[in-house]
Design a protein around this ligand. Sequence first.
Ligand code: F6P
Ligand code: MN
Length: 322
Amino acid sequence: MQRLSSQLQQSSTPPELASLIDVIAVACKDIAFRLQQGAMSGILGSAGEENVQGETQKKLDVISNDLLKDYLLSSGTVRALASEEEESIVAGNDKGGYLVAFDPLDGSSNIDINSMVGTIFSIFDAPATDVVSEQDFLQPGRNQAAAGYVLYGPSVMLVLSTGKGVQMYTLDQRIGEFVLTVEKVAIARDTKEFAINMSNQRFWAEPMQSYIADLLAGSDGPRQKNFNMRWVAAMVADVHRILCRGGLFTYPWDNREPDKAGKLRLMYEANPMGMLVEQAGGSAYTDTGPILDVQPEQIHQRVPVILGAANEVAACLGYHTE
Ligand code: F6P
Ligand code: MN
């Protein structure tokens, strides 16, 4: 079995990028250990604070954010970082070659029910200038040097792209290393499975209403086939399923908070997942164009997300342009 570090070396990943990915992997092993200790490590429950998004922070949101920050800032490879849990960017090493944006604990409402959560990360080259600002992060996801996530499930898995397809690694607990278990991930173009939070149905815009209604009509409706539905309520786990067995995932705009473009964050969730899905042969769109082409206006920006099987994403977008 090939270890992460030797796979990165073999695929000609620049050494500083390989070292940064290794640091993220180490931080995530630390988070995984604490998750596995559960109630014994005093990490469950609320931290009693709200994050910049106005959501209640779980203790483990805060712990994961602090852990990642500490590992990344002491690695020497990071010029600056942006986190879903931090109001502003945090400056790192002047000589660091990379900018990192991350969601330290995606799906954190799952922690207290011992269900799947994950860490999502997105890596850009650092600018050539000495001074780094939030502006440097505001580039389309197309420029990502690498992206990935660690899924804390029955196995701990690292799923990664450095622009040469998508690889999956599984944490071998006996040796404490991520080893390559899937060399080339490919998403089938067609699917019979979709993922959406159906409880928001009455709040969606008309195109999404019509699209989902046609899926639900199954073999009696215009799609002439029956669709299955899944929703883990952790994007990392729903996207992992799509990378493993196909499907469509969407978190559309809805009119509960009409001024927000959607629920998911461009920099910490949509961009990295968009890169993985495209690198695996799928599609990743907002309701108007590819996620990876969105020019961000601010680091905590939200976007509607429609991603997965290419033909199904195209079918969904068809309702939006009719
Ligand atoms: O980070 C936001 C998030 O937790 C995603 O991981 C997940 O897909 C979504 O929100 C779940 O939303 P809801 O609470 O509407 O099911
Ligand atoms: Mn999240």
